[in-house]
Ligand binder design. Structure first.
Ligand code: FAD
Length: 317
C-alpha cells in the first residue's frame, strides 16, 4: 500500500523503521536481528537505505596504486524483497542520484515495480567520500528533483527509449527528504523549503525528515512548509543518541543541533549503559511530545541500536 493511503486509512499513529544493508560479505541475518524484535510493534513500513560506490586506491604487487570502485553496502533491492517476504511489511527503498546514470535508475525502478514495491524515497545522495561537493554522474541527475521527474515520467508510462510507445505505467508513491534545521548546503531555511516545494510540485507525495533532537525544530519546519504552500504529509526522523562521539559527529555530518540539556546529561554519564539510558529517555520524551501534538507517524533510524528503540516503543505503546 502507498504510504499516503496508509496515513489516510490509519486511525492511530503508524510506526516505521529505517535500516541499512549489511556490509558486503556479511550475512543478511544481522539485519533480521535488528528487525526481529521491532516487528512486535507492527511497523507499517521499513525503509532501506542506498549507498553509492566509493573510489579507493589499492596497492598493486609492483607498489603502484590503482583506483577501484567498491560498493560497501550493496543489496537494497534484494533486501526490500526479503523484508516483504519475511515480515509481510511494505519496504521502501531509497534511490539516490549519486553514482547512477539515468538508465541504471530506470532499470532499478523497473525491478522495483516488478517486485510490487509501492513507495520509493527519492534522494540526491551526499558527495562521494573523496569529493568536497556533490558531483553528478555524467549521465545522471544533479538534484533529487530530477530523480522525482524521472519517476513521474515512468508513472506516466514514459521511458527513456523513444521506441517504447505504450509503456506500462508504474505507480510509485514518492517520498523526498526534508531538513527541519535546513540542508547543510542551503543558505537558509526558506530557500531550502522552496526547493522542497519544487519536488512536491513535480509530484512527490510526502516528506521524510532528517533526524532532530528538539521537537520545536520539527514543528517550526512544518509551519514554514505550510506557509510555503507544501501540504503533503511530513514525517519526523527519530534517532537515539548512544555515545559521546555522536555529540560531535551528528552536528558535523548532518547539520543537526544537540540541545544543551541532552549534551549535559550525556557528558555526565560514566559508561555506555548510562548514555543509552539518557538517550532512551530523551527519545521517549520526544515521541510522547510528538504524539501529544497529533503527529501521525513515528519514523525511527534504527542503525544498529534496535534495543533502545525497542525500549522506547515498549514504554510508549
Ligand atoms: P536535493 O533535494 O537535491 O537538495 C540538495 C541541496 O541542493 C539542498 O541544499 C537543496 O536546497 C539544494 N537544491 C535542491 N534543488 C535545487 C535546484 N534545483 N537548484 C539549486 N539548488 C537546489 N543519502 C544516501 O546516500 N543514501 C540514503 O539512503 C539516504 N537516505 C536519506 C533519508 C533521509 C530521510 C534523509 C533526510 C537523507 C537521506 N540521505 C541519504 C542523505 C541525502 O542524500 C543528503 O542529505 C543529500 O545531501 C541531499 O539529498 P536531497 O535529496 O535532500 O537533495
Amino acid at each position: 500500500m502507498k504510504l499516503t493511503e496508509h496515513l489516510s486509512n490509519s486511525t492511530r499513529p503508524i510506526i516505521s523503521f529505517e535500516v541499512l544493508p549489511p556490509n558486503k560479505g556479511k550475512s543478511i541475518d544481522s539485519l533480521y536481528e535488528t528487525l526481529d524484535p521491532l516487528m512486535e510493534f507492527k511497523p507499517s513500513f521499513v525503509n532501506v537505505t542506498y549507498h553509492r560506490a566509493e573510489q579507493v586506491y589499492k596497492k598493486r604487487p609492483d607498489n603502484t596504486f590503482e583506483r577501484v570502485e567498491i560498493r560497501k553496502r550493496p543489496g537494497t533491492v534484494g533486501i526490500c524483497a526479503s523484508i516483504m517476504h519475511k515480515y509481510n511489511v511494505e519496504a521502501i527503498p531509497h534511490l539516490i542520484c549519486g553514482g547512477f546514470s539515468k538508465e541504471e535508475t530506470e532499470n532499478a525502478l523497473i525491478d522495483l515495480h516488478y517486485l510490487g514495491i509501492k513507495n520509493v524515497l527519492a534522494l540526491r545522495g551526499d558527495a562521494a567520500a573523496n569529493e568536497k561537493f556533490f558531483v553528478p554522474h555524467p549521465q545522471g541527475h544533479r538534484y533529487a528533483e530530477d530523480l522525482v521527474k524521472q519517476i513521474i515520467s515512468l508513472n506516466n508510462g514514459v521511458y527513456m527509449e523513444d521506441e517504447i510507445l505504450d509503456g506500462v505505467k508504474t505507480d510509485f508513491c514518492i517520498g523526498v527528504a526534508g531538513y527541519p534545521e535546513k540542508h547543510m548546503e542551503s543558505p537558509n531555511i526558506d530557500v531550502d523549503v522552496e526547493f522542497l516545494k519544487r519536488k512536491i510540485e513535480l509530484g512527490a507525495n510526502y516528506v521524510t525528515c532528517q533526524m532532530f533532537f528538539k521537537n520545536q525544530h520539527f514543528y517550526n519546519y512544518i509551519e514554514t512548509c505550510r506557509k510555503h504552500g507544501i501540504n503533503v504529509p511530513i514525517l519526523p526522523g527519530l534517532k537515539p543518541i548512544s555515545s559521546t562521539k555522536q555529540l560531535s559527529v551528528i552536528p558535523r555530518v548532518f547539520n543537526v543541533e544537540i540541545p544543551v540539556e541532552l549534551y549535559n546529561e550525556i557528558t555526565k554519564c560514566k559508561n555506555e549503559k548510562a548514555i543509552e539510558q539518557v538517550g532512551t529517555e530523551w527519545l521517549l520524551e520526544q515521541c510522547r511530545d510528538l504524539l501529544r501534538n497529533n503527529c501521525p507517524v513515528l519514523h525511527f533510524y534504527t542503525l544498529t541500536k534496535p534495543g533502545m528503540i525497542y525500549n522506547v516503543l515498549k514504554q510508549l505503546l
